[in-house]
Design a protein around this ligand. Structure first.
Ligand code: PRX
Length: 568
């Protein structure tokens, strides 16, 4: 029996406040995600239950019970407090998927500070713009990543503490650096958790848009309500489940559903701190008897590519429920998983700004492979006419996705960017920036993004950020960055580059530029192809027309270029 029971009944009715009591929350009272995910679970008598089972690439394991999670997050919180970190200060987590990342996240929230997780593969420039914008006061990081922080430290006067969580005492510390080894720190049992309320800030995730620098999406502790209920009903986590979310907490899936969702329900979760390998992934499921698996379409397509022989080498019979997020989940992937893994992946749609699942296939609901499903109970969503912003009632007509604001996990703003935040609303609807169509039964079918943002393997890349970085490479005069189709990642980054006089358009230059972007931004933002051109299509006032290049990549009609000649 699924947690949601009769999905039809739920679809007809949902009131978020119904879960207040279940979560021991009284309106106006204290609400702290750190406490809810550890202390509260211990209070329920589950202190000895396994909370985290962590494994790295060498197969080395670490295990933490909910009580150990409570103690360890107290200990990190107390350490930060001792350093002078206060409520609402931004504390960055810049680590691989090691236990300190998950525990540190709760510790930061327990002192009322704001957790700012950043993907550890980010290069120094990606790191700089996000730390600078957030005015981050402290960063928890690892020895292997501290070099990137050192490179940008001069430009970050507000960053007072660089805390290294795995220092071996061998290398000397530099300016503003200190060491914190969880295993050696004195455990803090009794801890005064900061009395955060529903609207107190909790998490700051950075996301990329078409223009400008990345935006800090501000969440509050009340997001827990949506994250808890969606985890319960969509991911259907039940007491004895062993859960695996493959997302990195540098991105929103890894926090909403890789920390908050499962732990607020007191569920055991596994973390594999290693890159993708079909064999290793199947072995991981087999070894730990994983029963619920939340992953992403690119990973699923990579598994499909790896073939069926490798599936047969593992026992996957523990799997009882699968779900996916981040990019379009093609019908073939759903059909494949049902045939080969015995269960279909349920598609879920949401984004950093929404904080929790918005459109989804619910347990028990008939799946239409290729469709994202319906609005989660309590979410009012529509497909809107792009000019009037009125709902389109006719099925099959493409429009903009829109949601009526008001669900608990909705972002409360973009950090220091009220103007862009306001631009996300039209006619009372929040616009996530995606296009879709509805069918006669109210299922949503994803069509594409409504901007130039590139979604590569579920990661959003801003063409602006890549173009800005390209211009810093000495040989580049101009560039335009667009998405190029890719069999596995759906989209990859492609750069059109105009070189300065005297530079050679050859493979060496291409590789040098790729490497430059990989180090400066991240491996995800690195162009998979660079095409050297003599000129770039521009409007009369000199704005580069990415749309023409995009259409060329996708073999689409360019349409009426006379309108493109003018700035819109
Ligand atoms: O374009 C949509 C796409 O990913 C965007 C959100 O990206 P991000 O904020 O990084 O959050 C990713 C994980 C929640 C969306 O605006 N997207 C997300 N889920 C789907 C999707 N596109 C198609 N189908 C989905 N299920």
């Amino acid at each position: 029996m699924s947690n949601i029971g009769d999905y039809k009944e739920r679809l007809a009715h949902s009131d978020w406040s119904e879960v207040h009591e279940e979560l021991d929350y009284r309106p106006e009272g204290i609400l702290n995600i750190g406490w809810h995910c550890s202390d509260r679970i211990c209070r329920q008598g589950k202190g000895d239950k396994l909370a985290l089972l962590w494994e790295n690439v060498c197969g080395h394991e670490k295990r933490y019970t909910f009580n150990e999670l409570r103690l360890a997050s107290n200990t990190i919180g107390a350490h930060l407090r001792k350093l002078g970190i206060r409520d609402e200060d931004r504390v960055c987590l810049f680590m691989d998927r090691i236990p300190e990342l998950y525990i540190g996240f709760l510790g930061i929230l327990k002192i009322g500070a704001v957790a700012q997780p950043l993907f550890s593969a980010f290069g120094d420039e990606s790191l700089f713009v996000r730390l600078d914008n957030a005015g981050t006061r402290a960063i928890l990081t690892q020895r292997k990543h501290v070099g990137k922080v050192r490179k940008i430290l001069d430009r970050l006067p507000q960053l007072e503490h660089i805390i290294i969580v795995d220092h071996d005492g061998k290398k000397a510390l530099e300016d503003r650096e200190s060491v914190f080894n969880l295993a050696e720190a004195e455990t803090v049992d009794a801890f005064d958790i900061f009395p955060t309320r529903a609207e107190s800030p909790s998490v700051l995730h950075y996301t990329s848009g078409t223009t400008g620098q990345p935006k800090g999406v501000q969440h509050v502790h009340y997001s827990l309500i949506s994250q808890y209920l969606t985890t319960k009903w969509v991911l259907d986590l039940q007491e004895n489940d062993i859960y695996w979310c493959t997302a990195d907490p540098g991105w929103v899936t890894g926090t909403s559903y890789g920390i908050i969702g499962p732990w607020s329900l007191g569920i055991t979760q596994c973390v594999l701190d290693a890159g993708f390998s079909a064999e290793a992934w199947y072995r991981f499921i087999d070894k730990h008897s994983i029963s619920m698996w939340y992953s992403a379409p690119t990973a699923i397509r990579s598994l499909m590519k790896a073939g069926e022989e490798v599936v047969k080498r593992a026992d996957l019979s523990s799997l009882r429920h699968l779900a996916s997020v981040g990019e379009p989940l093609n019908a073939e992937a759903v059909i494949w998983s049902e045939r080969v893994l015995g269960k279909p992946f349920l598609d879920t749609y949401w984004q950093t700004e929404t904080g929790s699942i918005m459109i989804t296939n619910l347990p028990g609901m008939p799946i239409k492979p290729g469709s994202m499903g319906k609005c989660f109970p309590g979410i009012q969503g529509a497909v809107l006419n792009a000019k009037t912003f009125e709902p389109i009632t006719e099925p099959g007509i493409v429009g903009l996705i829109g949601f009526r604001p008001g669900w608990p996990a909705m972002m409360r703003g973009y950090w220091k960017n009220e103007k862009v935040y306001q631009e996300k609303f039209r006619n009372g609807w929040y616009l996530p920036g995606d296009r879709a169509k509805l069918d006669a039964e109210g299922y949503f079918w994803f069509v594409g993004r409504d901007d130039d943002v590139i979604n590569t393997g579920g990661h959003l890349i801003s063409p602006f950020e890549v173009e800005s970085a390209l211009l810093e490479y000495e040989a580049v005069a101009e560039s335009a960055v667009v998405a190029k189709p890719d069999e596995v990642n759906m989209e990859v980054v492609k750069a059109y580059v105009l070189l300065k006089d005297g530079y050679l358009a050859n493979q060496d230059t291409e590789l040098e530029i790729m490497n430059f972007i990989r180090k400066k931004l991240s491996p995800l933002a690195m162009p998979q192809e660079i095409e050297f051109v003599g000129s770039l299509p521009k409007t009369r006032s000199g704005k580069i027309m990415r749309r023409i290049l995009h259409a060329r990549e996708w073999g689409e009609e360019i349409g009426d270029t006379s309108t493109l000649e003018d700035d819109e």
